[in-house]
Design a protein around this ligand. Structure first.
Ligand code: SAM
Length: 261
């Protein structure tokens, strides 16, 4: 009997993309640790699987720009400007000294702009002229946590939104809690009443570039606004989280979650 041939699926990242992400990621200086960033700084908290996911999202949705809220000392902004020189990268930072540091750091990168101010207030400026931006929400510090206001400012736009420090229900991955409110799917369901599902980064999937960060790792939430989200439901790096009637996180194969941060 002749062997049955099945077409193997195309790679999620080809060799060129892997080398590109790898090179940009490890060439980016880790300044964040100089100013108390958990885990010593680095792009995305030095978690290269987040960089892989972001790369997949940009390719999948043909994003035409990148916005970052809360750039701190610019570790992720620097990475994004290196990895995506063909895209505008717009960042903002509430703290004036950090904004000035990041602006100086990125002075040689023509595709990056750093704004000083509150992320939710700046959102229209950051999004101006972009039709399908990738928006990385990472603004928080001390008592400051503008996520609710940021999501409200984004709700009528078309965008792929990636939220850092997001609760995914896995014990290895931290998340933020401010004033008893968890950075997680319940908050998203509450703010974005018209969104029926979101996604989280699947931390048990296979990635071409495994994370070697021994320190803190955080969960990632992904919200697709005003664009067709069906491609993500079929993508092995993302797990769907229904938001209605109430959010349901995946059951991970690892041990149950024990605490927040
Ligand atoms: C965790 S750090 C960001 C790290 C950075 N994204 C990176 O990957 O290197 C959070 C930053 O958000 C800033 N921040 C806090 N509230 C903000 C707001 N309302 N608007 C803009 N930035 C804010 C803080 O000053 C802090 O520098």
């Amino acid at each position: 009997m002749p062997a049955i041939r099945t077409a193997s699926p195309p790679p999620l990242m080809d060799d060129h993309a892997i080398e590109h992400v790898l090179g940009a990621f490890y060439r980016t200086p880790r300044a964040g640790g100089l100013d108390h960033l958990a885990g010593g700084g680095g792009p995305f908290g030095f978690d290269i699987t987040t960089a892989c996911r972001l790369h997949a999202l940009i390719a999948q949705f043909a994003c035409d720009g990148i916005v970052e809220s809360g750039c701190h000392l610019g570790d992720t902004t620097d990475y994004l400007a290196r990895a995506y020189p063909h895209l505008p990268v717009r960042a903002c930072e509430l703290d004036g000294q950090r904004a000035a540091f990041t602006r100086a750091r990125l002075a040689g990168r023509g595709n990056a702009v750093v704004h000083h101010g509150d992320s939710a207030c700046l959102m229209p400026t950051l999004l101006a002229g972009l039709e399908r931006p990738l928006v990385f929400l990472d603004a928080h510090w001390g008592s400051e946590w503008p996520l609710r206001a940021e999501l409200t400012a984004l709700q009528d736009t078309a965008a792929v939104v990636l939220v850092d420090d997001f609760r995914i229900g896995h014990p290895r991955f931290g998340y933020d809690t401010y004033g008893g409110v968890v950075c997680g799917p319940d908050l998203v369901a509450d703010v974005l009443g018209g969104v029926r599902r979101m996604f989280i980064g699947d931390v048990e999937a296979d990635y071409p570039l495994p994370c070697l960060q021994p320190g803190r790792r955080s969960g990632t939430g992904i919200i697709v606004l005003g664009l067709d989200d069906t491609p993500l439901a079929a993508h092995p790096w993302f797990a769907a989280v229904p938001l209605r009637p109430c959010p349901v996180l995946p059951a991970w194969s690892s041990v149950p979650e024990v605490s927040g941060r």
